[in-house]
Design a protein. Structure first.
Length: 95
């Protein structure tokens, strides 16, 4: 299977844990992370780098991550109220 570039939106406890698990998948290349909080974005970047991968781009605005041409798949880990509109938006943009 070929490598796929992934962007992760939402890096709280669940998002960071999921990101950690995704690092075990050799086909996943985390190319971008997004969260409103800078410390969470930095933690997400640290997780990726600690696994020997290149630091992903970081976005405070999740829409910027969706518009990133390097991101082919978006993983959304956030509250239910935002999950639905984010998912619809990402799918409308071909992610």
């Amino acid at each position: 299977m070929s490598e796929i570039s992934v962007g992760v939106i939402g890096l709280g406890n669940r998002g960071s844990s999921l990101l950690e698990s995704m690092m075990a998948c050799p086909e996943c290349r985390i190319t971008a992370v997004s969260d409103l909080y800078e410390d969470r974005r930095k933690k997400g970047i640290d997780i990726v780098v600690q696994h020997g991968e290149k630091a992903p781009k970081e976005y405070a605005n999740w829409m910027d991550l969706v518009h990133d041409d390097d991101v082919k798949v978006v993983v959304i880990v956030c509250d239910w109220e935002m999950h639905i509109p984010m998912s619809i938006y990402a799918m409308e943009k071909g992610k």
